[in-house]
Design a binder for this molecule. Sequence first.
Ligand code: HEM
Length: 344
Amino acid sequence: MNIQFRKDERFRESFSYVNSDAGVLRFPFPFGEDRYMYSVNIEPHTRGGPNPAFAHAFDIDEHYVAECRERALVLADDPGRCQVLPHMMPAQWDTLELLMESFAADYPEHFSLEKNGDTWRWINRPLGIEQTFVFGRPETLPCPPFEYITRQAQGDFTLQDQRDDNLFVDGGMVTTQADWSLDFDIGMSFHEWHGPVPLAHDIGVFDRALRFLLRLQYGHPVRRLNWTMTINPRLDTSPENYPDWGPDRTTVTPDNVSEKVHLRVELQTLFRLPRSNAILFGIRCYLLSLKDIERVEKWRKRLNRVLTTLPPELVEYKGLTRYRDTVLAHLAPRDDGAPLSSGI
Ligand code: HEM
């Protein structure tokens, strides 16, 4: 599979981001029902699921090159978006190994990995990288191993250490986030970093999710979808640069709503790592404009129904308050109310 990369896309200022027709169809639309509420929606991350985006351990698509460039821009402004606590060095190497082996196996025309004992040779053709290094020796790479490999991947990653029957977010590469801060959360436990999420604590979602994750097995990764909405195709909606994007929420009008408003879906994957026993959490972000969502009849009707019935606490938490009514005024006339089959 030879992916045609859209190399010139920009996720800031002039916003030149667009999905091809195939890109629209592989969007992981998150709503299988007309109503949405938080749940422990975790399933095995098996290959060949219902959507091509689930076909590989780590999905790479037409936005790969542009997203890696965007990550480099964010890091140049704020190197603190990548932080790993010192005791997580074995998890850094675990991550590098998992990503390199997965990329090379799943996309052999774009990546290759040759091993000669501990001396590894890595080739990343889309980014023009060739690197020989010694596995386990950080000084043989241009930057620490977790940063090195996650600079070459789409989506954010965090590293969770497991101790005292809990998970602690002790590292991450976070440049593509939906309004949360690694710098603020680093070192927190599972319930602490989920502190701001409304309703889910009360209905036991986080107790159950943590119990499940503490038993996650090596070789049996899992996945879940999460979603929110973003104005403009902006990847970096971090608290650190809120002044750059927060005001965008006030700019949505009936004339521009279908171009400006994007559904933002996170394909979240969780992998137990072999040496460190840490958990790698991948947060792969997909953006699709309302205009493209409308092209799929079931998606536009379902989004209308989900947004109409969304609990007010979630509307507020996801930051939709300022523009949800404008989105609904646009979608409602395009929904005849006929029952939809469950599923995507
Ligand atoms: C939200 C991290 C796993 C459910 C969040 C937030 C963070 C986060 C940073 C934003 C909190 C804020 O507003 O500051 C992580 C990490 C995980 C993880 C590092 C890796 C172990 C899970 C799992 C579930 C889950 C397994 C399953 C139930 C949620 C939900 C939200 C959330 C429901 C609210 C999302 C929204 O409405 O947009 N998570 N999470 N998380 N997380 Fe997790």
